[in-house]
Design a protein around this ligand. Structure first.
Ligand SMILES: [Mn+2]
Length: 324
């Protein structure tokens, strides 16, 4: 992993913002709360500074995040114009954001803001901070350095990024700095309890049904250390559900006593999406990377072209060996 003088990179980004007029913002495929929250907060601050901003996500904003302000401004079509700066959030490689090449090639400066330790330093400016709980926490630090007075709406966006990426301040990446950031966001007076309600006490019927199916599929292997969840295309069809309805389902696999790691296989059209979770030092980012994916030590993912059977054989062999 390369290290850079982070403070210097923050300064360079501040200067870029001051000296640029047009910005392109993109997050990763299947965007999550951190990606969307960070993107909306940056867009809002840039607009308040009088900048032109174009927001892009190849995949749609998940339903449970639609309550965030201005999600409608995130578009799925790539712009043809030229931008002074392109800021990629949460993308360990540019390809994580989709087919961005045409835009990135024309952009004056490419900025990579990420907290994944697998992040490659592909930007002209790289703010990669693997010790940060979330990209939203990094973005908050940027705003703090810039002396930005964060609005309630921006605070709700950044809080959403932090609370979702830390599993409600539960995962080990949660640091004193994370809680301090959340505290500063609360000081703006945004409706904290309402945001939590919308994020955690609201589940669509499709998501509830998919959760039931996933729990029925639960198997334990590797001497009870590995939980395996499987969702087939037909499960989604039965309930009219989409892949995002199965988000977080894997965490239920981690609840059984003795389980050290969980894997979820999700069949999508023509491919299998695989998600990993673990506790402690069991490195799931390495497992995901060995199959062409990425992520964090305790939460990662990858994709396979081919059948469920083939994906399971390959992945379960590696995981069984790892946990032996
Ligand atoms: Mn994140």
């Amino acid at each position: 992993m390369r290290t850079l003088d982070l403070e210097k990179e923050f300064k360079r980004l501040e200067e870029l913002i001051a000296n640029s007029g047009t910005f392109f913002l993109a997050g990763h495929l299947n965007p999550d709360g951190d990606t969307i929250g960070s993107m909306l907060a940056i867009a809002s601050v840039l607009k308040r500074l009088g900048k032109k901003v174009r927001l892009f996500s190849q995949d749609p904003v998940p339903d449970n995040l639609r309550f965030l302000p201005h999600t409608g401004s995130i578009r799925a079509s790539l712009p043809s114009g030229k931008f002074d700066a392109a800021i990629l959030l949460e993308c360990s490689t540019p390809a994580r954001g989709g087919d961005l090449e045409t835009v990135l090639k024309k952009a004056g400066t490419v900025v990579n803001i990420d907290h994944h330790k697998t992040s490659e330093f592909y930007g002209d400016i790289n703010i990669v901070e693997p010790h940060s709980s979330s990209t939203a926490e990094i973005v908050h630090r940027l705003f703090y350095n810039m002396n930005v007075n964060i609005t309630r709406r921006e605070a709700a966006c950044l809080y959403t990024g932090i609370v979702t990426d830390t599993g409600r301040f539960h995962f080990p990446a949660t640091s004193p700095r994370t809680l301090e950031t959340a505290s500063r966001l609360l000081e703006t007076g945004f409706k904290f309890s309402r945001v939590n309600d919308l994020l955690y006490a609201t589940k669509t019927c499709e998501a509830l049904k998919i959760l039931g199916r996933a729990l029925e599929s639960l198997e334990f292997t590797a001497g009870g250390k590995l939980a395996v969840l499987t969702l087939k295309l037909s499960d989604f069809k039965d309930f009219g559900a989409r892949p995002e309805h199965s988000e977080n389902v894997i965490n239920f696999g981690m609840m059984a006593p003795g389980v050290k790691a969980a894997v979820m296989f999700r069949e999508e059209k023509g491919r299998i999406s695989v998600t990993f979770r673990s506790r402690g030092h069991i490195d799931m980012s390495a497992v995901a990377k060995s199959f062409g994916g990425g992520g964090h030590r305790n939460a990662s993912g990858c994709r396979f072209q081919g059948t469920m059977h083939a994906a399971r054989l390959k992945v379960l062999a590696v995981l069984t060996r790892l946990l032996a």
